[in-house]
Design a protein around this ligand. Structure first.
Ligand SMILES: C[S@@+](CC[C@H](N)C(=O)[O-])C[C@H]1O[C@@H](n2cnc3c(N)ncnc32)[C@H](O)[C@@H]1O
Length: 224
């Protein structure tokens, strides 16, 4: 296991310590820095969280992921994106709607990127201890920003990513043009978001072992 995993496990014990006495909800643990409630069956959850398609994400403490989750396993979807786009050390990445900044931490740790962890609902002061605990305080910069009023210079980012968040702010057809101005020419823009799999789509995927969502990403990565 990596140092990060040891670190995350220690954090989990701290959560336990902090919560055992006074932060129980429905008999389950609510963490101090985490946002979620512990899984009903932690052992089964840990087993399910290790996924062969996402070897990097599977190295992280699943309890840390669960306790800070805001939707689907964001390390899985972040890793899925990195399987179809190239990220390099030192790149400036905007993580738009980062929530609890798990994806920002992941991109900084795994690819040595500098990540601006930008969110509306989760305050930077909530994300900062998590970022420090994960050992990436020199590379992940938590910020509060509304996605339609971003405080960045035009052309600043080498990549803009968004995981399970774009549908909250990007549904206007003009939004992509707006956010693109913060990316340099030739930059990558990667969005992984919720989608409904229709019956037709499901039928098509029967003969195609790749998930619709990864196929969409491949299409995206081929776009000019
Ligand atoms: C379902 S959460 C996903 C968070 C994170 N990306 C993840 O996958 O764990 C959606 C996030 O979108 C952010 N969001 C929603 N509307 C936003 C807006 N107008 N500007 C910036 N962020 C926004 C929220 O603050 C929230 O953290």
């Amino acid at each position: 296991m990596t140092a990060a995993h040891e670190h995350e496990s220690r954090t989990w014990r701290e959560y336990r310590h902090a919560t055992d006495s006074h932060l129980l909800i429905d008999g389950r643990i609510r963490p101090s820095h985490g946002r979620g409630i512990s899984p009903a069956d932690p052992t089964r959850f840990e087993m399910l969280a290790a996924h062969a398609s996402y070897p990097r994400a599977s190295r992280y403490d699943p309890r840390w992921v669960y306790l800070n989750h805001m939707g689907p396993n964001v390390l899985w979807i972040a890793e899925a994106l990195t399987q179809v786009v190239d990220l390099e050390p030192g790149m400036r990445i905007l993580d738009l709607g980062c929530g609890t900044a798990l994806s920002s931490i992941f991109l900084a740790r795994e690819f040595g990127a500098q990540v601006w962890a930008t969110d509306l609902w989760v305050h930077p002061s909530e994300n900062w201890p998590r970022i420090c605990e994960a050992g990436v305080a020199d590379r992940v910069f938590p910020m509060h920003a509304e996605a339609h009023a971003l405080p960045f210079a035009d052309g600043f980012f080498d990549a803009i990513v968004s995981f399970d968040a774009y549908h909250y702010f990007g549904t206007d057809v003009r939004y992509l043009a707006y956010v693109s101005r913060f990316a340099r020419s030739g930059a990558t823009i990667g969005v992984v978001d919720e989608m409904t799999v229709t019956r037709t789509e499901r039928a098509r995927t029967k003969s195609d072992r790749r998930t619709p969502f990864v196929r969409s990403l491949r299409r995206l990565s081929r776009a000019p």
